[in-house]
Structures are given as C-alpha cells and as structure tokens.
Write a protein that binds this ligand. Structure first.
Ligand SMILES: Cc1cc2nc3c(=O)[nH]c(=O)nc-3n(C[C@H](O)[C@H](O)[C@H](O)COP(=O)(O)OP(=O)(O)OC[C@H]3O[C@@H](n4cnc5c(N)ncnc54)[C@H](O)[C@@H]3O)c2cc1C
Length: 393
C-alpha cells in the first residue's frame, strides 16, 4: 500500500511512535496477517448470524493473542498493555465491531481484574483457561436500573455458610450468553453509595439465565440480559476485598476507556483509507469526487480529527503505561474519539453516496457499530462529569 499524504502516522505508512517499539510493530504485522486471513473472511457471515463462533477464542489463544499482556507462568506472552493496544488497533481491520467487542470484553475488561485482584487459586481456575481460550469471560456490572450510576446496583449477595447467595439481574453484558464465567459486581451490604460493592466470579451454571438482546450494531456479539436466581457462589470466588469493589470498577474503567479510544481511532483510520480510495476512483461530472473542493475539505477535516484523537489517545496510553495518574487524559481520549468516530463514519457514508448506504461497503455497519462509543464504558455525559470533577468543579 502507498503512504497516505497528510497522515504520516497512518498504519499504512506507519512510523514508530512512542511508546511503541520495533517489537510492537513486528507484532502488529503478525496480528494484521491473522486478522486479514482468519477473522475478516468470516466477519460478514458472523454479522448475519448475529454470533461469531466460540472457536475464534481458541484460534486467538493458539497464536498467544489472548494472553499478550499476561505473564508466561499463566500461559501468557509476558508482554504488557502496549501489546494489547496493538491487538485492539488491528482488530478493527476485521470490519466487525461486534467481533472486536466480544474479544475485547474477554481480554480487556473481564480478565484484567482477575489478574490484578485475584488469588493464585482464582488465576489458576479462571485466568489460565481464559488465556488458553478454554473459558470465555464477561464483565457484569450494568443492571436494568443502574448503568451510569454504578453505585446504584442492586444485585445482592447474601452471606451464607461457605459462600454467598446471589439474586438480581445484569443488563447489556457483552459475551453474556456464551461466557463460562461472569466477573460480577454485587451488593454485599445494604449500605447505599459506593460502599458495599464486591465482586464475585460466577460460573455460568445453575440459577444463571442469559438471554440475547437484539441491537442496532455490534451484531456479531452476544449482548445479554442475565438473571441470577439463588445462585450459590463459594467463598473462594470472592474477587478482591469485600465491600471494596468500587475501587476495582474504577481501576478497570481506565483500561476499558483507553481500549475504546484506541479502537475508535483505528476504525476512523480504516474508514478514512477506504473512503479516500473510493473518492479517488468514483467520478461525477467528469472528475473524481475527491477533486471537488468540498470533498477535499472533508478529508482535511477528517485527517485532522484522526491525528488529534490519536495524539491524545497515545498520550494517555503512555501515561497509563508508565503507571502515572491519567484519569483526566484517559477520560479526554474517550470523550474526544467516540462521537468523533461516529460522525466520521457518517461523513464517509455520505462521500460514498448510495453505495455507503448499502451493506456491501461495510460503511453502514461501521456507523452502526461506532454509535455505541459515546454510550458504552461510560457515556460522553459521564466523561464530562468526571472531567469537571478533576477540575474541582
Ligand atoms: C452493546 C452494549 C454492550 C455493553 N457491554 C457491557 C458489559 O459487557 N458489561 C457491563 O457491565 N455493561 C455493559 N454495557 C453497559 C454500558 O456500560 C451502559 O449502557 C452505560 O454505562 C450507560 O448506562 P445506561 O445504559 O444504564 O444509561 P443511563 O445511565 O440510564 O443513562 C441514560 C442517559 O442519561 C445520561 N446520564 C446519566 N447520568 C447522568 C449525569 N449524572 N449527568 C448527565 N447525564 C447523565 C447518560 O449519559 C445517558 O445519555 C453495554 C452496553 C451496550 C449498549
């Protein structure tokens, strides 16, 4: 592929950008080959089926991609968050937001708390098989009556001899149907507010009922409503400390939001490249549509949006990688990229004309998929609330 003028850091002409090193760029090449050869060919069918096969996880595990950031002793590759960041960026090339979401939920939000807060026994029973692609994971926090207001969850865990009895329901859970286990936020006291939230690792078995919810985009993923009916969870499945689960949620959110920002920038880049090529080939009134000033300006604006989003996201990623406080930067990166990606997809759709509205080009799917961005992982409005707080407002 040729370099894209005006977008020096475009992956097609990728220069090495800190914090990425030559090793990350080598990994990028391998992942890209995997995505193009193993995932992209199935994506259209999986979107139509509204389900991608579970063996995607075993295939990813076979090449080590489910454990890039985890230590070798747990079956991982001994890398770090940056290796996962490369995977997240490249997954956008599969052309299915739902597929990326299912994989992302497993590696990006459901297994990290087990690695960070889990006991050795929990790591052996859940993290090791998750890295091996033998068990699929989901993170279950949101409820029918509590989304943005995480502290308002009501799923209860009542202490009994040897464990907990869980009752309640969870809403919009990615991988919620196929998951073998659910990293679940529960209330362990009747205390209101942030206190009294704990995490339990719940096997998807007796007393757990999941049903798939139909949605606007992310068609290949299973988003579920889950109910817990007197589910017994043994003591050894308590993740982290009792009543300290809110801390776990907040710690997890930073990586989830970074992952979403990385994914959005990568999606914007892919849509930009596809649309630029289209605009250079499609002619109207005797010239390529790219030659109309209005189209040129659209590309200028989109390129600027992508560069801005990427710069902010990589800045937040660098801070996160260094272990520095980066709540403000991560929040800004998510806020700056999610609505922008949806708007950019819409602009690309417009440049495609009628073709953009057709399924064949994948632009309408991208637009539907990207609409989730300003909602999932904390809405745009909540991002602004967090930023206001970081400014003392
Ligand atoms: C496809 C999909 C997949 C998801 N996957 C998961 C998952 O795997 N695990 C999981 O736990 N959750 C998941 N979610 C849930 C997601 O995180 C929530 O949808 C999101 O946090 C918003 O919560 P809500 O839908 O309850 O909206 P609400 O909290 O009810 O918000 C409704 C509206 O009110 C606004 N609002 C709320 N509070 C304020 C405020 N203080 N100030 C200003 N505006 C406010 C919101 O911004 C929003 O516009 C998923 C959601 C979707 C759609």
């Amino acid at each position: 592929m040729t370099a894209l003028k005006g977008i020096p850091s475009a992956p097609t002409a990728r220069q090495m950008l800190p914090p990425f090193t030559a090793e990350h760029e080598e990994l990028r090449e391998s992942i890209r080959r995997f995505v193009v050869n193993e995932l992209r060919p199935g994506a259209d069918q999986w979107e139509e089926d509204r389900w991608f096969p579970d063996d995607v996880f075993t295939k990813l595990a076979a090449v080590g991609y489910l454990g890039l950031k985890y230590p070798v002793e747990y079956g991982g590759q001994g890398g770090d968050m940056l290796h996962d960041a490369v995977l997240i960026e490249e997954l956008s090339r599969a052309g299915s937001g739902g597929l990326a979401a299912g994989i992302g939920a497993h590696i990006g939000i459901a297994t990290p708390p087990i690695f960070k807060f889990g006991t050795e026994d929990q790591k052996q029973r859940y993290l090791v098989p998750a890295i091996a692609g033998e068990k699929i994971a989901a993170l279950a926090i949101t409820e029918p009556d509590a989304g943005s207001d995480v502290a308002g969850i009501r799923t209860s865990a009542k202490k009994v001899d040897g464990g907990w009895i869980v009752n309640g329901s969870k809403m919009f859970i990615t991988n919620g149907v196929r998951a073998d286990f659910l990293v679940t936020a529960v209330k362990t006291t009747t205390e209101g507010g942030h206190g009294g939230i704990s995490f339990l690792i719940i096997d998807n078995g007796e007393g757990v009922t999941s049903s798939k919810i139909e949605k606007m985009g992310w068609h290949a993923s299973d988003t579920a409503l889950i109910s817990f009916d007197d589910v017994f969870v043994p003591d050894e499945n308590l993740l982290g400390e009792v009543d300290k689960g809110f801390y776990l949620i907040m710690a997890n959110f930073q990586w989830e939001r970074l992952v979403m920002a990385l994914g959005a920038v990568a999606a914007m880049q892919r849509l930009f490249e596809q649309t630029l090529q289209f605009a250079q080939e499609r002619a109207a009134f005797g010239r390529p549509i790219a030659k109309f000033q209005v189209t040129r300006h659209k590309f200028a604006e989109m390129a600027t949006t992508i560069e801005g989003g990427r710069a902010l996201t990589y800045h937040a990623l660098r801070l996160h990688h260094l272990g520095l406080d980066c709540v403000q930067e991560v929040t800004m990166a998510k806020l700056a990229t999610q609505r922008a990606a949806f708007d950019l997809a819409d602009e690309c759709l417009q440049i495609h004309g009628g073709a953009g509205y057709m399924v064949e080009y994948g632009i309408e799917r991208a637009a539907r998929d990207l609409r989730l961005g300003p909602i999932g992982g904390g809405t745009d409005e909540i991002m602004k609330e967090i930023l206001g707080k970081t400014m003392g407002l």
